[in-house]
Write a protein of this length. Structure first.
Length: 274
């Protein structure tokens, strides 16, 4: 696919997806959604990628829906996503609950880290919320924004936000569409850490490199699946599934490598043994 509004790069087993409309603060369009989902699918199936970082070009992460797209809805007299039925379906087929827009992040086999370098509104906030971890630049503005447009909470935001920060705080953001700065978002538990803007990306990559070095690919994959599957089921099923995984994964080569590395006080060599 020709990339017009995103950029993609892989280094040190980390894929970076950059939303790339800086002149429009990386506002969300059907084209951007199409490219974003295609790139997620590409990264998820690439055996040389262990984790995915999502960020924005310029001074914004993603400032929500593009104003021209919003005007287009009015002209057409209906909402139009601007995508087609041929759009990529990353993360689909894992659980029926994940086969929906943005919820597909839960079906990916690799962790997704949002590096929120600037304003994240509407779709931008949704992407960040469905990521597994969120790091933000100091002063970054976060908002649901839908209320000021006479829209509902979009794409499961009313489901994910209460689970991230609790009902009381989620209601504050959802019912008012007010702007929350990164520093307040940290106190809410919405972001994992807040950093000076020039330190955001170095910190993010260092964090991810350490994660994929010390934790095996199989553990990251299965733990991510457990986390989001367990949100939809009872504790007995969660324990039973974890026990079955434990018995299976303890027979895998990376378990023996992990034990050896621990005993020998060295970094593990995941999947790279002779």
């Amino acid at each position: 696919m020709e990339l017009k509004v995103t950029q993609y790069a892989v280094a040190d087993e980390i894929a970076t997806i950059m939303l790339n409309r800086p002149q429009r603060m990386n506002t969300w369009t059907g084209r951007m959604e199409t490219e974003y989902r295609w790139l997620l699918a590409k990264a998820d199936r690439d055996p040389h990628v262990r984790a995915i970082v999502v960020t924005g070009a310029g001074r914004a992460f993603c400032a929500g829906a593009d104003s021209r797209a919003l005007e287009g809805h009015i002209v057409k007299g209906r909402y139009d996503s601007g995508t087609t039925d041929e759009i990529a379906k990353p993360g689909y087929g894992v659980r029926p609950e994940f086969d929906a827009n943005f919820a597909y992040h839960f079906g990916l086999t690799k962790p997704v880290i949002a590096a929120i370098n600037g304003p994240a509104a509407g779709a931008g906030l949704i992407i960040a919320c469905f990521a597994d971890l969120r790091f933000a630049a100091a002063g970054a503005k976060l908002t649901t924004s839908h209320g000021k447009l006479n829209l509902p909470a979009e794409y499961g935001l009313s489901w994910i936000l209460p689970r991230l920060i609790g009902l009381t705080r989620a209601n504050d953001m959802l019912l008012t569409s007010r702007v929350v700065l990164a520093e307040e978002a940290l106190t809410m538990g919405l972001v994992n850490t807040v950093l000076p803007p020039d330190e955001l990306m170095p910190y993010t990559y260092n964090y991810v490199r350490k994660m994929i070095t010390t934790v095996s690919p199989g553990s990251l994959r299965e733990t991510k699946r457990q986390i989001y599957s367990d949100l939809h089921r009872d504790v007995h099923s969660a324990v039973a599934d974890a026990t079955a995984l434990l018995e299976r994964m303890a027979t895998e080569p990376d378990f023996a490598e992990g034990v050896s590395a621990f005993l020998e006080k060295r970094l593990p060599r995941w999947g790279k043994r002779k």
